[in-house]
Design a protein around this ligand. Sequence first.
Ligand SMILES: Cc1cc2nc3c(=O)[nH]c(=O)nc-3n(C[C@H](O)[C@H](O)[C@H](O)COP(=O)(O)OP(=O)(O)OC[C@H]3O[C@@H](n4cnc5c(N)ncnc54)[C@H](O)[C@@H]3O)c2cc1C
Length: 280
Amino acid sequence: MCRQFFDEPLSLHTSFRIGGPARLFLVPKSVEQMLCALKLYPGAKLLGKGTNVLAPDEGVDVVISTLGLSNFLFDGDLLISDAGVLLSKLCVESAERGLSGLELLYGIPGTIGGAILMNAGAYGAQIADVVEWVECFDGEQMRILHRSQLEFSYRDSVFKKRNWLVLRACLRLTKSDPEAVRSKMEKIMKKRLETQPLDLPSAGSFFKRPHSNFYVGKAIEQLGLKGFRIGDAQISTKHAGFIVNLGSATAKDVIALAQTVKQLVEKHFNVVLEPEVDIW
Ligand SMILES: Cc1cc2nc3c(=O)[nH]c(=O)nc-3n(C[C@H](O)[C@H](O)[C@H](O)COP(=O)(O)OP(=O)(O)OC[C@H]3O[C@@H](n4cnc5c(N)ncnc54)[C@H](O)[C@@H]3O)c2cc1C
């Protein structure tokens, strides 16, 4: 049976540390349990590590966590992983085996399922570069989709467009020197620590990059908005693309702040920002 919790605060399950209770919070431990939970609660919200979600202050009815789907295995240069495994864990395990391909994504704090849904990327790499196939549930049946069917684009995938659940994925990595892989990962982590406000709760970059040569953080900084806050939601003083929670920010604070920023960016740069964070 699924582990189940009642009135579970979503602030404990989101990197923003924001969100009211899930009336029912389910943690299936197998694909069978997951499908059973989805059939019982078709309107449930899916949650991986909660690092790209803004959950509402009033909470939601049912949340199904993918974190119980936690197995992975290596087969030569292939890595097959359940959706709930943390991407950073897979980076470290790949490095130990001298397998290259995930280094630039090291430090993205979510699950592999969440990363595939939104085609997570950093420093010029994206998860789409290494995905070979994905096993998913389309609401009626399980399917295996080859990489050519995944419709990956900037922060988008077939799973996001159609609201399909990622269950398992196969990544193709490349044999390399373990030390070289590790050293690349260390450099990336150093860069993240230097440039991102990792000491405060956030959901990473709040807005998508509207086109390849528009840097949202720089634009917000040019408007003098670094440090600007509504309630305890603040434009990070370290990286203006991040909204951080100074302690007791509410989802309403974050949304009000994001709307203000969006309006100012549109007025001054004639660019319409869209959230990268999934606002429930
Ligand atoms: C400090 C920080 C730095 C970050 N840096 C980056 C970065 O460099 N690049 C980047 O791309 N992102 C970054 N992010 C955002 C986030 O980590 C990624 O988007 C990550 O891939 C989200 O995974 P998750 O498991 O946390 O997803 P969640 O936040 O749990 O969920 C996000 C969305 O995906 C859905 N979802 C989750 N799992 C599944 C699944 N198995 N099947 C279908 N839908 C699913 C959820 O319903 C929700 O809509 C950062 C976030 C933080 C807090």
